[in-house]
Design a protein around this ligand. Structure first.
Ligand code: HEC
Length: 113
């Protein structure tokens, strides 16, 4: 018999601060995403962007050209024309408009394949 040596030390008394690094990171990531969404379109105000916003902003916010490579955009635009047909828009883009939009996307697309 003896005095227990396994006494627990009292807690420091300070309540643990829970505004931890991870919550700060969480908020930063959220802000980062918000920033991406609001990233302005390149060449804003140019005629090409007006066509792009007018046609590619009909069903959703116009996506930033950096969302895809040029090769990716070509498939996306074809798919969007089909999406439009499914919604009863027989011809989303005239030949001119498709050329304008693809040229705009090509110039500002993410680089690579
Ligand atoms: C008729 C409505 C409509 C129009 C007009 C439209 N979209 Fe879409 N878009 C959709 C729908 C529906 C989806 C989700 C399904 C899908 O991805 O096909 C989508 C998704 C997307 C996505 C995200 C999916 C991905 O592959 O990255 C991009 C980018 C996009 N559209 C670009 C465009 C562009 C560029 C144009 C103009 C040429 C355009 N959209 C015009 C309906 C439309």
């Amino acid at each position: 018999m003896g005095i227990s040596t396994r006494q627990k030390l009292p807690p420091s008394g300070k309540p643990k601060k829970r505004l931890s690094l991870s919550s700060v990171l969480f908020v930063s990531v959220l802000l980062l995403f918000a920033g991406c969404v609001k990233q302005p379109l390149p060449e804003a105000g140019s005629p090409a962007v007006d066509v792009y916003i007018g046609k590619c902003g009909l069903c959703h916010e116009p996506y930033h050209p950096q969302a895809h490579t040029y090769i990716g955009w070509k498939t996306v635009v074809t798919r969007m024309e089909k999406n439009a047909q499914a919604k009863g828009i027989e011809r989303l883009l005239s030949d001119d408009e498709r050329t304008t939009i693809l040229a705009y996307l090509e110039k500002n697309a993410r680089k690579g394949f």
